[in-house]
Write a protein that binds this ligand. Structure first.
Ligand code: FES
Length: 175
């Protein structure tokens, strides 16, 4: 169907050509954006920036005892993404203030457990003991106290900025 042979207007063949080219460009964009993102995003991801994870409603934490909360973190290794379990300890204080600790013992990474008799955290591996008041080392080989984590309250939930830290050294260094 030729509508115009004088060079003005658009023939059906030209019109289909434009539509095909436009569709091709659209498909190329849709495919390219995630592919480029997948390559660029891990390279730009800031080391030690942490992951904000909800620990649930703030009213489930009381001042009486620290509460252990299990979370899942997403670890990016190059282009590979893995989900890994982690544990934090939460201590509620007055006026909606909290202390949140990474439960990994700073010696070699065993999960420090709460001893309600002694009111200390104890690492089951090599006898590390941490104080309730501030997570400092009371005994054993841990080179520093429990690592505290940044938190915020959002919509009535306690949200922690979870990070792993280098083990076995005195300085608190995010991985
Ligand atoms: S891992 Fe905790 S004392 Fe060694």
């Amino acid at each position: 169907m030729k509508q115009n042979t004088s060079g003005q207007g658009v023939t059906r063949r030209h019109f289909l050509g434009y539509v095909t080219a436009a569709l091709g460009a659209f498909v190329a964009t849709v495919v390219a954006v995630p592919v480029v993102g997948a390559f660029v995003s891990p390279a730009l991801k800031k080391k030690g920036s942490g992951q904000w994870i909800s620990l649930g409603a703030i009213d489930k934490f009381t001042r009486k005892e620290p509460k252990m909360v299990g979370i899942t973190v997403v670890k990016q290794d190059g282009w590979v993404e893995a989900r890994q379990p982690r544990v934090v300890w939460v201590v509620a204080e007055d006026n909606n203030k909290f202390r949140v600790y990474n439960a990994q013992c700073t010696h070699l990474g065993c999960v420090a457990d709460w001893d309600p008799q002694d009111r200390t955290w104890k690492s089951p591996c090599h006898g590390g003991v941490f104080a309730f008041e501030d997570g400092r080392v009371l005994a054993g080989p841990p080179p520093r106290g429990l690592d505290s984590l940044e938190y915020k309250i959002e919509g009535g939930e306690l949200v922690v900025n979870y990070q792993d830290f280098r083990l076995g050294i005195e300085e608190k260094t995010a991985l």
